[in-house]
Design a protein. Structure first.
Length: 375
């Protein structure tokens, strides 16, 4: 029996790992699976845990207002080590590119516990974009013994860096398992979304999120001004669940609160958010996870970044990089809203990131290994 400890801390990691927790727990004879959350995020993490009815075995409750990267990383290392000492897992699973991902992998490495990295191999090749996530990914790949790449392109990046082929599996992204599960449950009525009484009938719903560190300051302000200009067209409603980072809430509220046809919300729990993605005309975001999910719902995405580590949907033509330039955002959004041919071009339902079975593939790969070996 393998003892597996799954470590995560932020909203996107939870959304992408809770389906894996559920999948691995289908084989209680093969694995004992425990969950340790760092709670690098608090409410936003709890929303995602609730959506999948997962109760952590350990909650390190580490979030602090305006936490720094170094302070957070140090606290995670210090708080996780006693958990590893108590649990002595055969394998630690981490996901993605956050401070929790890197510190979780490093803490396990220091205890000589093998690490499996879910969503491995995403690269822009630029350590400044996204910051610090690109570096977190590269370092986590070096620390990991096993690599679950979402796409063939991500696997190729790992092979180029010298990752052993037999430790590398192309699985699809577990985030697609999550979004398809919620979409199907909403369709069947097994899950219900709110009524959204404030949705303006007859307007195009433009759903917005943003939180990238490299855009804080002038970049984010330029985005907010573009959204204000879009709202002033009169035929759209901007709906923006604002990330709790004070570097985001500050400019969002200063530049958008109270404008006609702009609805600022607190971060939404996952099920309502998927419902809004289903209802919207267009998504404007810098989120990694939303770039991956939207093609499954047939929604076009304008990405508020200059570079993406998720180029597959850009190549497939359902996602467009627009950066943070105000005029470019307004022009590209107007093109989609006003040109049905352009809109049709970006709304093919085709998802290069997965088919909803990534967790099964990861479980299969883990089951085939007679023993979990060291890096
Ligand atoms: C983190 C990740 C980023 C990921 C993003 C997902 C790192 C370095 N960054 O960025 O890769 O894309 O999460 O959203 O790991 N806060 C709350 N409540 C919450 C969550 C955050 O109040 O539930 C506030 C706190 O003041 C906190 C701040 O947001 O200090 C920043 O949170 P942090 O996790 O450090 O950075 P994010 O920008 O969320
Ligand atoms: N999401 C959510 N509520 C919101 C905004 C986003 O549940 O109000 C979900 C979204 O569907 C995706 C994930 O959160 O699954 C993305 O998280 P985030 O944008 O914070 O991080 P990133 O993916 O950029 O690392």
């Amino acid at each position: 029996m393998k003892r597996i400890l799954i470590v995560f801390g932020t909203r996107p990691e939870a959304i992408k790992l809770c389906p894996l927790v559920r999948q691995l727990r289908l084989s209680p004879d093969a694995y004992t699976v425990k969950v340790c959350v760092t709670a690098q995020h608090r409410e936003m993490l709890d929303h995602a845990l609730d959506a999948f009815s997962i109760q952590p075995d350990y909650d390190l409750d580490l979030m602090q207002p305006r936490q720094t990267l170094a302070g957070l990383t140090a606290r995670i290392l210090a708080a996780l080590d006693p958990v590893l000492e108590t649990e002595r897992p055969d394998l630690v699973i981490v996901q993605g590119d956050t401070a929790t991902t890197l510190a979780g992998a490093l803490a396990a490495f220091y205890r000589e516990i093998p690490v499996a990295h879910v969503e491995a191999g995403l690269r822009t090749g630029d350590m400044a974009q996204p910051f610090p996530e690109e570096m977190n990914r590269v370092l986590t790949s070096r620390l990991a013994a096993w690599h679950f790449a979402p796409t063939a392109r991500a696997a190729e990046a790992l092979l180029r860096e010298g990752t052993a082929r037999e430790k590398l599996f192309v699985t699809g992204n577990t985030g697609i398992d999550a979004v398809l599960y919620v979409r199907d449950a909403l369709d069947s009525g097994a899950l219900r979304a709110p009524d959204w009484p404030w949705l303006e009938p007859g307007k195009h719903l433009v759903l917005v999120t943003s939180h990238r560190r490299e855009s804080f300051g002038p970049g984010l302000e330029s985005v907010m001004r573009a959204l204000a200009r879009l709202a002033s067209r009169g035929d759209v409603q901007i709906v923006y669940p604002v990330h709790r980072n004070p570097n985001v809430t500050g400019p969002a509220h200063a530049l958008l609160a109270g404008l006609p046809h702009v609805t600022l919300l607190d971060p939404l729990p996952y099920v309502p958010f998927v419902d809004l993605m289903r209802r919207c005309k267009l998504i404007i975001t810098d989120s990694g996870g939303i770039q991956e999910e939207a093609p499954s719902l047939g929604k076009p995405v304008l990405v508020l970044r200059a570079k993406t580590e998720r180029p597959e949907a850009v190549d497939a033509g359902t996602v467009k990089l627009v950066g943070v330039d105000q005029d470019r955002i307004v022009a590209e959004a107007a093109r989609l809203l006003d040109d049905p041919a352009e809109y049709a071009r970006l709304t093919r339902i085709h998802n290069p990131y997965g088919d909803g079975h990534a967790c099964e593939r990861i479980a299969e790969a883990l089951a085939k290994q007679p023993a979990v070996d060291r890096a």
